[in-house]
Design a protein around this ligand. Sequence first.
Ligand SMILES: NC(=O)c1ccc[n+]([C@@H]2O[C@H](COP(=O)([O-])OP(=O)(O)OC[C@H]3O[C@@H](n4cnc5c(N)ncnc54)[C@H](O)[C@@H]3O)[C@@H](O)[C@H]2O)c1
Ligand SMILES: [Zn+2]
Ligand SMILES: [Zn+2]
Length: 396
Amino acid sequence: MKAITWRGVNKTAVETVDDPRILNSHDIILEVGLTATCGSDLHLLGGYIPAMRAGDVLGHEFMGTVAEVGSGVRKHKVGDRVVVCSFISCGRCWYCRNELWSLCDNGNPNPAITEGLWGSGVGGCYGYSHALGGFAGSHANHVRVPYADQGAFAIPDEVPDVRALFASDAAPTGWTGAHQAEVQPGDVVAVWGAGGVGQMAARASMLLGAERVVVIDRFENRLAQVAQHIGAETLDYTQTSVVAELKELTGGRGPDVCIEAVGMEAHSNDPSFLYDQVKQQLRLQTDRPTAVREAIYACRKGGTVFTLGVFAGLVDKFPLGAVMNKSLTLRGAQQHGHRYIPRILEGMRTGEIRTEHLATHTLPLEEGPKGYDLFKSKEDGCVRAVFQPNGGGRPS
Ligand SMILES: NC(=O)c1ccc[n+]([C@@H]2O[C@H](COP(=O)([O-])OP(=O)(O)OC[C@H]3O[C@@H](n4cnc5c(N)ncnc54)[C@H](O)[C@@H]3O)[C@@H](O)[C@H]2O)c1
Ligand SMILES: [Zn+2]
Ligand SMILES: [Zn+2]
């Protein structure tokens, strides 16, 4: 079969790889309908995530049709239309039973790397390096889905493919941030980053009752999407002082919840950007924490700062003094999608969660490198490149 593979820093290719096979009784093989790029893939392309190997199949946001089922699968049959959570979780370990699905003790067959990096192994993810399990990704004609009864979800008939696609990763990630940051009715929430993840965090915050939600970015087309499709307020950080503006909006207090949906390759106009970039490229720090710093300074005393953006390791100039003295709660997570996907699919069915505008560019799998270039450069208004490995995907 054909797949989009990682071929080294900033290089992808389309090549022929082995077809996946059922390896365990709880597996299904999925014929991929649609599969999208995610900001997390940019960190792989940038070479900032360890343990990628040339030839690894990329992609972790996907939906499709069940092509084969293992003998132990109970919930799915051949022909079913499903969306699959980007994290791989067993449903039985302590973490899964406590709804911390991306921390699953069994989803990642290769926990030693993250044990060394972070003190504990974390769960597995499709197409996301050997540190997260070495699973083949979804930018391919077919993908093996382990623990399919847990990770694959039937798509309601009313939900078109292109909307359901984002119930795999962007929407449950946004929901994880808003829910785990404990957004309360009446809260003011600020979200850094107007990509798929930031937009979905904003929407989830609104659905959890936030009174005002403000999304921060510099790309006009993304901020326009926020205003039009999400219904949140926007701030362009190149035009204003974000911290001052957020204080102004909240009577001097600052937002109750600050969600960072930017990650380790944050951009900034600040002189510290150059400093962070040089240190990151010389590997003196692994991550550029620009937006996290800003979120910490902006947050109201006693508020919560949540990092949804992916960070790999160490950062410099981290305002720990502000965290401590302002009594902030600082949290982060990879998405616990298994917990939120049923609620999200229901929201997609009723129309309160709409995601199809994120799919700005739809391409055949053969145009993988072009799709990644567009997504990385954010040229031509690209928010997500979506591939159709089998030529399909039901139109909206
Ligand atoms: N926690 C999870 O489970 C999970 C899941 C998916 C993605 N992610 C991470 O979430 C982050 C966002 O993903 P995405 O797909 O939306 O990415 P994306 O690249 O499409 O969007 C990131 C946005 O952040 C903006 N940005 C950069 N610097 C900024 C700054 N200083 N202030 C405000 N905005 C800034 C960019 O302009 C861009 O629009 C990435 O780090 C990704 O790895 C995490
Ligand atoms: Zn992702
Ligand atoms: Zn588990």
